[in-house]
Design a binder for this molecule. Structure first.
Ligand SMILES: Nc1ncnc2c1ncn2[C@@H]1O[C@H](COP(=O)(O)OP(=O)(O)OP(=O)(O)O)[C@@H](O)[C@H]1O
Ligand SMILES: [Mg+2]
Length: 452
């Protein structure tokens, strides 16, 4: 299963408990407030009941209720609810008030209860009252009831306010969590960005400041980088050493063949010399491939360089050879174009491309075809260096493999199959792209696209 990002994990694990705690807090607050509201209303019923107790008196040995000017006044009923009451004496004779208000089944002296009266739900207070007069006890039952609109309205209001406050708190907490998570993982995001920016061949240690938690991971990666770089260096040094070691005996062999008296008139002499030239060329290309491997190459010595002047220099060296081989040469180089790079490797790149054009832009009779064009131009924020010929080009289906080491289309032709791979490596060293395209009506154009 794919692991979710740290960002969403943190947010999930912050918001779920936060949501639950807020919900719980909401329930507790709501419960406490509703209880207080009910208590407040019940107290008001109690006060009204007390007022009714005070109106009871005894006359002629009979319990009576002082009726004149009686009006029940319950503070809480702000005019919306209805109030009912009744007072009975010990013989269940109604002294005052409404008929048949339901009584609770209780033996308690005083009790609050909910019941139905006049088709409405009411909250009622039931009190058994005893009055002592002249050593006699007079019993009375007082009931005061109130409809529930006022309570409900207040409780609903509290409910709305509590919901509003809870939402506000949750909202603020979520915003704070998002901000905190963002701040918390900022070093990781920066590290990710920094690593993304790095070149894939860059094996120098990561030196970003990192949080403690990933410090050991970064140290392990850095150790791995060092080991990798060393092993690339080892392989490429070995490769370079072998090529180097082969060069001297090949040169000696060539001199020997050229000067050997027995071979002087041999018809095979030229073939031997061609084979040795081919081997020398391959060792030289291998050496160059080893030296320009981006994984082992040190870019530190790259410096600002006038690419236009470099083109001029290569053109001067190559033009005699191009003409010697029967091609026309076109030079379309804009002046004063600068890049950051290595002059020696760039010369090798151009030399390989021009050699390819000379070698492959020929017809079936090995006759040169057309013109070889060297061009350099700046287009928007790209600098494009290209070599174009008018030969038969490369069939499109091979364009993807053409950079592979030792890949050659026609093995009858001389060549080691390393040139375009080297060109790509050198371009990568300069963070440039290589584009190879067949032109119409015919020809091959190889472009190196640098970011300016
Ligand atoms: N300008 C070109 N026109 C047509 N085919 C080409 C051109 N350049 C390269 N090719 C084809 O691509 C193949 C690979 O070229 P690449 O330069 O990598 O190797 P190579 O020329 O064979 O050997 P090396 O460059 O090492 O001497 C060549 O063998 C050739 O078939
Ligand atoms: Mg080549």
């Amino acid at each position: 299963m794919k692991i979710k990002s740290i960002h969403s994990r943190l947010l999930t694990w912050l918001t779920i408990p936060l949501g639950l705690v807020s919900f719980l807090a909401f329930l507790i607050i709501f419960f406490l407030l509703s209880r207080n509201v009910n208590q407040h209303f019940d107290n008001a019923l109690l006060v009204a009941e007390k007022g009714m107790e005070e109106r009871l008196y005894v006359k002629d040995g009979v319990l009576r209720f002082a009726l004149p000017h009686f009006g029940i006044d319950i503070q809480t009923s702000g005019g919306e609810g209805s109030v009912f009451f009744s007072v009975e004496d010990g013989n269940k004779r109604r002294l005052v008030g409404h008929e048949d208000i339901p009584k609770p089944h209780t033996t308690k002296e005083r009790m609050f209860y909910n019941t139905m009266y006049a088709d409405q739900e009411v909250r009622a207070l039931y009190v058994k009252y005893e009055m002592y007069r002249n050593t006699k006890v007079y019993n009375a039952t007082i009931i005061v009831a109130e409809t529930l609109e006022e309570r409900r309205a207040l409780i609903n209001e509290i409910l709305l306010i509590t919901i509003g406050i809870t939402f506000l708190i949750v909202f603020i907490a979520i915003i704070a969590s998002i901000f905190a998570v963002k701040k918390g993982i900022e070093p990781l995001v920066n590290l990710q960005y920094f690593i993304k920016q790095r070149d894939i061949h860059d094996l120098t240690p990561i030196e970003e400041e990192v949080p403690q938690e990933v410090d050991s991971l970064i140290k392990s990666i850095n150790n791995l980088f060092i080991k990798l770089k060393n092993s690339f260096l080892h392989v490429e040094n070995f490769n370079a050493d072998v090529s180097h070691q082969l060069r001297t005996p090949l040169c000696e062999l060539k001199v020997l063949i050229e000067t050997d008296k027995l071979l002087k008139s041999s018809p095979n002499k030229n073939q031997y010399l061609n084979i040795i030239d081919g081997m020398a060329h391959t060792t030289q290309q291998l050496l160059l491939a080893a030296k320009t491997n981006p994984d082992a190459f040190d870019r530190d010595w790259f410096k600002p360089l006038n690419l236009s002047e470099l083109c001029q220099k290569v053109a001067k060296e190559k033009v005699p050879f191009i003409h010697e081989n029967g091609f026309e040469f076109a030079y379309e180089v804009s002046e004063n174009i600068w890049i950051n790079g290595g002059p020696i490797v760039l010369q090798e790149l151009l030399s390989n491309l021009i050699d390819n054009a000379i070698k492959y832009a020929i017809d079936e009779d090995k006759k040169p075809i057309g013109t070889i064009t060297l061009s350099l131009l700046q287009k928007d924020d790209a600098i494009i260096l290209s070599v174009e010929d008018e030969g038969y080009g490369i069939p499109n289906e091979y364009l993807l493999n053409i950079y592979d080491r030792f890949f050659r289309l026609d093995t009858r032709k001389e060549g080691s199959g390393l040139g375009l791979g080297i060109v790509k490596q050198i371009a990568e060293l300069h963070r440039a792209l290589v584009k190879i395209e067949n032109k119409k009506p015919q020809g091959l154009k190889v472009s190196i696209i640098f970011k300016s």
